[in-house]
Design a protein around this ligand. Structure first.
Ligand SMILES: Cc1cc2nc3c(=O)[nH]c(=O)nc-3n(C[C@H](O)[C@H](O)[C@H](O)COP(=O)(O)O)c2cc1C
Length: 229
């Protein structure tokens, strides 16, 4: 464990605000605790999961988005220095290069906006107020599920976290492997909740980057629309 500590990278800056200081601000929403039980087995979820592109015109609840974010990148063993601790998804060298944003358009008890997921606190930090779904849809070449879904998870990566330790191997391999692990968790958890999702990798990189309140060194990788099916 000790040998991992020198590789913990610098704090991410979002709109000039560090992740740590953002957590102290007032726009922090603590999420409901995730459930650790389900009536649907992992085998059923593996069998039933599909990429779903149309959703009911119904809100998602805060508990549902909480559960999905936890499944994606939630802390399962607290440990200082590892961006909150070891997580539901494996990560090369526990470098955790991913950042997750919840884009809320129709989530009960959550104003429309963009929120950064803070795994260590299982909380959301508000980074933008307003509905960005239409802009994100345009960036995703007009894929309508991005505009119509009540919520989206947008993944970005800070490649330096992986390259700082692994050089080009971190960039060429590990970041996207980490992404795949986490995104599959979203697919499986969504299935257990009667929620559909679809990994969206087709988008205009610059347009998506412009639409998101993210740091310069954050690279958007996936949009995952979420909605009842
Ligand atoms: C890297 C990646 C990028 C993808 N990008 C898109 C996309 O932009 N739009 C889309 O509708 N589906 C996208 N998909 C979903 C695939 O089309 C889908 O996984 C595939 O058709 C198999 O269907 P299934 O997921 O239901 O098994 C993507 C999947 C992956 C793994």
């Amino acid at each position: 464990m000790k040998n991992l500590l020198p590789f913990i990278t610098a704090v991410t800056l979002i709109n000039g605000v560090s992740a740590e200081s953002a957590q102290k601000g007032s726009d922090i929403i603590t999420l409901p605790k995730p459930k650790l039980e389900s009536k649907i087995s992992v085998e059923e979820a593996l069998q039933g999961r599909r990429s779903e592109r149309s959703y009911k015109n119904e809100p998602l609840s805060l508990s549902e988005v909480s559960q999905l974010l936890w499944a994606a990148y939630g802390v399962t063993r607290k440990m200082p220095g590892f961006r909150g601790g070891l997580k539901t998804a494996p990560s090369a060298g526990a470098t955790y290069p991913l950042e997750l944003y919840l884009v809320a358009g129709n989530v009960t008890d959550l104003p429309k906006g963009i929120y950064r997921y803070v795994p260590g606190q299982h909380a959301l930090a508000k980074v933008f107020a307003g509905d960005k779904r239409a802009e994100l849809c345009a960036a995703a070449h007009g894929q309508s599920m991005v505009r119509n879904a009540p919520a989206l998870i947008v993944y970005t990566a800070i490649y330096e976290r992986a390259t700082g330790r692994y050089g080009t191997r971190g960039k060429d391999r590990y970041v996207c492997m980490d992404l795949g692990h986490s995104a599959q968790n979203v697919y499986l958890q969504a299935y257990t909740l009667g929620i559909g999702t679809c990994a969206v990798g087709a988008f205009d990189d610059n347009a998506l980057k412009k639409a998101l309140p993210i740091a310069k060194n954050e690279i958007p990788l996936y949009i995952m629309p979420l909605g009842k099916i």
